[in-house]
Design a protein around this ligand. Structure first.
Ligand SMILES: Nc1nc2c(c(=O)[nH]1)N[C@H]1C(S)=C(S)[C@@H](COP(=O)(O)OP(=O)(O)OC[C@H]3O[C@@H](n4cnc5c(=O)[nH]c(N)nc54)[C@H](O)[C@@H]3O)O[C@H]1N2
Ligand SMILES: Nc1nc2c(c(=O)[nH]1)N[C@H]1C(S)=C(S)[C@@H](COP(=O)(O)OP(=O)(O)OC[C@H]3O[C@@H](n4cnc5c(=O)[nH]c(N)nc54)[C@H](O)[C@@H]3O)O[C@H]1N2
Ligand code: SF4
Ligand SMILES: [Mo]
Length: 710
């Protein structure tokens, strides 16, 4: 029998997605996925999650038809139904609740940014619900918000060097994508290349991560104290006159106020907070300011603490006063291809930002007014609190599209209670029956990236990639196709003027002169990069300048110049807890083999990372009679979970690091053992950043003790 082999060029979405890949097909079956060596964005890089895509695609546990619950919630009894039935039921329930109580009583839940983000937000807006719940307050958005208010947009490390220069100096600040693969549209493989080329590398991380091998400085910072370090670096750079006078004079607002403000933030002050010697802080500040061009590659290490927005602002200011904003090899604003329409989360594609939501619904957003800088979406932990208490109200329906909040968010037990008892109608769209999906009334089968056609705009958008559908499993559907049909059935035509998903794709490509097939043949379209755009365009801020002093922040009632706040749970802020909980807990450093709670059922990935690990310094382990590989209990004032000890001398003796989002698909429904090792069971319901509501997921308190094998 002859075998038909072909290779399709596509782009992977095993994580946030950035790598171009080759999909190998034999007899209509995807047999292998490899990196595309010709890709300018990933140059052949592929990580284990990308390689495991065929295992995900053909996994026997995938949900392949819509499922309706029979029996009680969480009994794992389901009736397969048609899409027609599923969508009719959603229309009926959502319309009834909207009519009876108002649109805000239907909430939309989403996890991290995914291919369909532009449609879920658009749907919520068009339907009229402000209750769109996700992890934005602890992930990425604080950096985006700080950048928006300070500089108009998020600047990004110029690791691709499209202007002919790659960074000479790199700050790798609370980011570990050379290990995990990629984040926010930045490819870990390309970051690795840039690190190899750089003359100076500084790693700011409480853990000895991969890039430390090539680093000139590794600053093993006390978790959650980054703002103090950044302020002391600014102090040194201004005090030693190492700043870029021309940029500061012509293009910034508030430098004089900063000079005053920064006086007290000396390296000695920061040493006592961060544990980094003052001399080292000075040396790093000098290196950074005198090795242009320099870039900042930052990550969740600056997001998940009680000072995330202020930290992000301080880091942006460091970049600006050293003249690194929008210069080749610095921190740049990418230019997208102009002939392909950017995807838009707004309702009217021709009129960015048009809101369909009635103001009275917007004002009824749960948790509105709770945090001065977090106003657009509900604060997730407080949203779940409201479901349990009914104060100020409970939503009546929820559609969770691609999230596993039982594991990935804090307040896990409240989420369980809400889904089990309080929310009348829950729909979950997913590939698998997860612990969260087990509590739904309706489960919709979602298509993986191998089952999707897409025009992929990455977060940073200097290029747009093609993704080609090569398979179809059961009745799985692209979430956007489902949202589009549901929107039409609900009469939301103005917000969704496209007849189908393929019609939407053709609309995106309309001005490019290519149809989708031609676009797929090209595989990637790159924008024409320009640097120093502020020289002619200024910055998109109220003053038109880079706002060192943030006028919007001041207006919103937060400090307009960056400040340091001691994290909410440390031996300094909570000495009352130190005796019982002497260790600092970092959680959720991203695992190369998993994407949050995903892939625990994928054989090759699980084999590579079989158990939930907690990293402990050997001296600490010894004092607790813990050996490498022992099962231990990690305990906080609010809960305890079991994990396996991994002895690691690249972490301070009083700090431990626990992996997040663990469950055991092999243990079966409905709980799949999720209550045993999910680190999010450890966090309480306070200690939030008072401005953004961020949670102390990277800086908490705990103790560890040995337990019998579990
Ligand atoms: N303690 C602690 N907790 C953390 C973190 C941490 O560092 N520490 N990190 C946090 C961060 S940064 C984030 S962004 C969140 C992430 O939180 P989530 O986004 O909730 O995380 P995932 O486990 O990726 O959840 C996704 C679910 O969506 C499904 N899914 C994946 N792709 C699709 C798709 O295209 N369509 C549909 N319908 N379903 C899909 C998966 O099968 C999975 O069950 O977790 C946060 N949780
Ligand atoms: N394989 C894989 N890739 C992923 C994900 C995944 O789950 N798996 N998740 C994706 C998502 S949604 C996101 S947001 C990104 C996140 O990707 P990253 O931004 O790389 O996030 P983390 O790995 O959580 O944390 C990065 C580093 O911060 C350090 N850190 C912890 N606390 C502190 C601190 O207080 N200060 C400093 N300076 N550093 C600290 C940790 O030790 C860790 O090495 O990754 C994305 N990519
Ligand atoms: S880093 Fe992400 S996009 Fe790249 S191969 Fe891995 S899973 Fe795919
Ligand atoms: Mo994230």
């Amino acid at each position: 029998m002859s075998q038909i082999k072909k290779i399709v060029r596509s782009s992977c979405r095993g994580c946030h997605g950035v790598c171009q890949v080759l999909v190998h097909i034999q007899d209509d079956r995807v047999v292998k996925v490899t990196g595309d060596p010709e890709s300018p964005i990933s140059r052949g890089y592929i990580c284990p999650k990308g390689q495991a895509a065929p295992e995900l695609l053909y996994h026997p546990d995938r949900v392949t038809t819509p499922l309706r619950r029979k029996g009680k919630r969480g009994e794992n009894r389901w009736t397969p139904i048609s899409w027609e039935e599923a969508l009719s039921e959603m229309v009926e329930e959502f319309s009834r609740i909207k009519r009876e109580s108002g649109p805000e009583f239907v909430a939309i839940g989403q996890g991290t940014g995914r291919p369909y983000t532009e449609f879920t937000i658009r749907f919520a807006n068009a339907f009229g619900t402000p209750n769109f719940v996700g992890p934005g307050h602890v992930c990425y958005l604080p950096r985006v918000m700080a950048s928006g208010m300070t500089a108009g947009r998020l600047p990004v490390a110029d690791i691709y060097g499209l202007g002919g220069e790659t960074p000479a100096c790199m700050l790798i600040w609370g980011c570990n994508i050379t290990h995990s693969g990629s984040a926010d549209g930045m490819c870990g493989g390309m970051l690795e290349r840039a690190i190899k080329k750089a003359r100076k590398v500084v790693v700011i991380d409480p853990r000895r991560i991969g890039p430390v091998k090539r680093a000139d400085y590794w600053l093993q910072i006390r978790p959650g104290t980054d703002a103090a370090l950044a302020l002391a670096m600014i102090h040194t750079i201004i005090g030693e006159n190492l700043f870029d006078h021309e940029f500061v004079d012509k293009y910034t607002f508030g430098f004089d106020k900063l000079t005053e403000h920064i006086r007290e933030f000396t390296p000695e002050w920061a040493e006592s907070i961060t544990r980094i010697p003052a001399d080292v802080i000075r040396a790093v500040a000098r290196t950074y300011a005198t090795t242009p061009p320099a870039c900042l590659q930052w990550g969740n290490g600056v997001d998940m603490n009680s000072c995330n927005f202020q930290t992000a602002r301080a880091l942006l200011i460091l970049s600006a006063i050293t003249g690194n904003i929008d210069r080749p090899g610095g921190d740049v604003f990418w230019v997208p291809p102009d002939a392909i329409k950017p995807k838009s989360v707004f309702v009217n594609p021709d009129q960015a930002g048009k809101q369909f939501m009635p103001p009275e619904s917007k004002n009824r957003m749960l948790t509105a007014g709770m945090f001065p800088l977090w106003a657009e979406t509900p604060h997730a932990p407080s949203f779940w609190h409201a479901q349990v208490t009914g104060d100020p109200y409970r939503v009546r329906a929820m559609w969770i599209v691609g999230s596993n909040p039982l594991l990935t968010q804090t307040q896990s037990l409240k989420i369980e209670e809400s889904l089990k008892r309080h929310i009348e109608f829950t729909v979950v769209s997913d590939f698998f029956l997860t612990p969260t999906a087990q509590l739904a009334d309706l489960v919709l089968p979602a298509a993986t990236w191998l089952e999707q056609d897409d025009v992929v705009s990455l977060h940073k958008i200097w290029c747009v990639l093609a993704r080609k559908k090569v398979a179809q499993i059961g009745e799985a559907r692209d979430d956007r196709d489902v949202i589009l049909e549901l929107a039409h059935r609900l009469g939301l035509h103005e917000a969704f003027p496209w007849t189908s998903w393929s019609n939407y794709i053709e609309w995106l490509l309309e001005d490019s002169g290519m149809n989708f097939d031609q676009f797929c043949e090209r595989g990637i379209v790159v924008g024409k990069m320009q640097y120093h755009k502020y020289r002619t365009q200024g910055f998109q801020t109220p003053t038109g300048k880079f706002e060192i002093f943030s006028t919007i922040t001041e207006h919103l009632g937060a400090s307009p110049l960056p400040v340091y706040r001691e994290p909410s749970y440390t031996p300094v802020s909570r000495p009352d807890l130190t005796n019982e909980f002497p260790l600092i807990l970092i959680s959720g450093g991203k695992n190369r083999y998993f994407f949050h709670s995903e892939f625990r059922q994928i054989p090759s990935l699980r084999k590579a990372s079989p158990d939930p690990l907690v990293e402990i310094h050997p001296d600490t382990a010894k004092s607790l009679s813990i050996d490498d590989g022992d099962w231990v209990s990690v305990e906080s004032p609010y809960g305890s979970v079991q994990m396996k000890a991994r002895l690691f001398d690249g972490i301070a003796p009083d700090v431990v690091h626990a992996q997040h989002a663990w469950w055991y698909p092999e243990e079966g429904p409905p709980e799949y053992g999720w209550k045993r090792s999910s680190v999010n069971l450890l966090f309480g319901e306070d200690g939030f950043d008072p401005e953004t509501g961020s949670e102390p997921m990277k800086c908490y308190v705990c103790r560890v003790r040995k337990v019998e094998a579990c």
